[in-house]
Design a protein around this ligand. Structure first.
Ligand SMILES: NC(=O)C1=CN([C@@H]2O[C@H](COP(=O)(O)OP(=O)(O)OC[C@H]3O[C@@H](n4cnc5c(N)ncnc54)[C@H](OP(=O)(O)O)[C@@H]3O)[C@@H](O)[C@H]2O)C=CC1
Ligand SMILES: Nc1nc(O)c(N)c(N[C@@H]2O[C@H](COP(=O)(O)O)[C@@H](O)[C@H]2O)n1
Length: 277
């Protein structure tokens, strides 16, 4: 019997088989493509957290283990800088048997990627992702920045990242007519960068800004799979909500997006919705 650390999570084979039609397929080495999974946990009133800048535990143990199983099936996890700042997340996979949790090396560990266009994430040696990378319990993070970002402490932060094997990549921004501070990076450029760096599957975990941007009709087609944990709780007004901009075509309001091939999987007290855009 394999000895797993006491803090390791388990996800039963029977549950993983239910989910497997939605996990990324084995990549074809001749046709390098990227599988994009959008996944998050929400309340009954479509909130990710009680308030901006705070972390709220929504997933129960069973659905949290499901998220970690998904992490083991993806090459990378991507979050927005708002989440990196609010949560100081670990972004590793803590399923027993993966690298660092009873397994060898970093096998099964995804690459954490932080979308931080303007260099707002104060990554340092106390950041959980950096500590885990040092301990061999997670991969070192990559940061995606925008061209011309006026970033404080850029050199120091890059040094911290590179010391553990992480990196910073610069992607051209899409200029906004409103102002430079409104400019953003086109998701197809982000996905091209990840593909060029050898990533074949990415799970995007949030937060609100990132999810709402990906649910925009212009971007929704770039998503292959959506997996949402719904927890039986209402958080109330003032939270970070998943609620994309409305969609109007020829002056008529229509739904923003709908999933097909849908499966609802009860896990503990939560239910997990799987589908494809
Ligand atoms: N329940 C759950 O599953 C999850 C909950 N959360 C929660 O969500 C909250 C964080 O969400 P939120 O504050 O919305 O932050 P996000 O993590 O969504 O980060 C948003 C920021 O990411 C950058 N960004 C997003 N899209 C683009 C783009 N296309 N191009 C360039 N930059 C982009 C922008 O940075 P800039 O402003 O610098 O331009 C933007 O403000 C926290 O409370 C966290 O706990 C987070 C993840 C999952
Ligand atoms: N699946 C899920 N359930 C919740 O209740 C959550 N709050 C989140 N948040 C996401 O998970 C990240 C934290 O991960 P670590 O445990 O620190 O590795 C957090 O940053 C969000 O992306 N997810």
């Amino acid at each position: 019997m394999i000895d797993h650390p006491r803090d390791a999570l388990t996800f039963p084979l029977s549950e993983s088989q239910t989910l497997d039609p939605y996990v990324p397929p084995t990549p074809d080495p001749e046709y390098p493509t990227l599988h994009v999974t959008l996944t998050f946990a929400t309340s009954l009133d479509s909130s990710l957290s009680l308030a901006p800048g705070t972390q709220t535990a929504l997933s129960g143990l069973a659905s949290k283990s499901m998220t970690h199983y998904l992490r083991s099936k993806h090459d990378a996890i991507l979050i927005g800088v708002g989440t990196a700042v609010a949560d100081n997340p670990s972004l590793n996979c803590r399923i027993g048997g993966v690298g660092g949790y009873g397994g060898k090396g970093l096998k099964g560990q995804p690459r954490p990627v932080v979308l931080d266009p303007r260099g707002r994430w104060e990554v340092n040696n106390e950041s959980k992702v950096i500590k885990l990378a040092k301990e061999g319990r997670g991969k070192a993070p990559w940061v995606i920045r925008m061209t011309n970002a006026k970033e404080e402490n850029a050199r120091e932060k890059e040094k911290v990242l590179k010391a553990v094997g992480g990196d910073v990549f610069i992607v051209p921004s899409e200029c906004s007519s409103a102002s430079e501070s409104m400019s953003r990076i086109d998701w197809s450029n982000i996905f091209s960068l990840l593909t060029a760096k050898g990533i074949r599957s990415v799970m995007i975990e949030g937060g609100g800004g990132v999810i709402n941007d990906l649910l925009h009709p212009q971007n929704f087609g770039l998503v292959d799979t959506v997996i949402v944990t719904i927890a039986p709780v209402w958080l109330g007004k003032g939270g970070v909500q998943v609620c994309p901009d409305e969609r109007v075509e020829e002056g008529v309001r229509i739904p923003v997006g709908r999933l097909r091939d849908v499966k609802w999987v009860p896990l503990g007290e939560d239910v997990v919705l799987c589908g494809r855009p």
